[in-house]
Design a protein around this ligand. Structure first.
Ligand SMILES: [Zn+2]
Ligand SMILES: [Zn+2]
Length: 149
């Protein structure tokens, strides 16, 4: 109690309670204080992180790609043999929509499955006719205005 020990790293005199215990050491605590130990841990983790960053990002990217492919496959499978809700044609490129947005944009598999149960299946020409792709349309008309004006 109340014992003072000098940290081997920062050379500051601190209470023994500021050191992590280590039974094999003379005072029953580590040579470096808690904050020095924490710093060392942090540096070690940072070093490890830097070393593994590239690999980590590659892994994340790959799993994202895989999930995207899984979503696409799920939606495509659902669209097989279906026809457009509006023109009833099945030879056009079909899009599964949910709340007005393509289900393929949903990232979570569980949400995709749920959305497919309630999907609006519509072909690309009907989508364009309806102007569901409003954002894209706006962009095109805006561009035209800019070139004429
Ligand atoms: Zn220290
Ligand atoms: Zn259609």
């Amino acid at each position: 109690m109340g014992q003072i020990k000098t940290c081997a790293k920062c050379n500051q005199s601190k209470k023994v309670t500021d050191f992590y215990s280590n039974k094999s050491m003379p005072m029953g605590v580590k040579a470096a204080c808690k904050s020095c130990t924490k710093d060392a841990d942090k540096r070690y983790r940072q070093k490890w992180y830097n070393k593994n960053k590239k690999k980590h990002y590659a892994d994340v990217l790959r799993s994202q790609k895989e999930r995207k492919a899984e979503v696409n496959a799920l939606v495509d499978k659902h669209l097989v043999g279906k026809c457009c809700r509006l023109c009833h044609k099945s030879d056009k490129r079909l899009i599964a929509k949910y709340n007005g947005d393509s289900i393929k944009k949903i990232f979570k598999i569980e949400e995709v499955k749920r959305a497919l149960l309630d999907a609006d299946i519509i072909c690309l020409s009907c989508v364009l006719q309806l102007g569901w792709d409003k954002r894209r349309k706006k962009k095109i008309s805006g561009g035209e205005m800019a070139s004429t004006g």
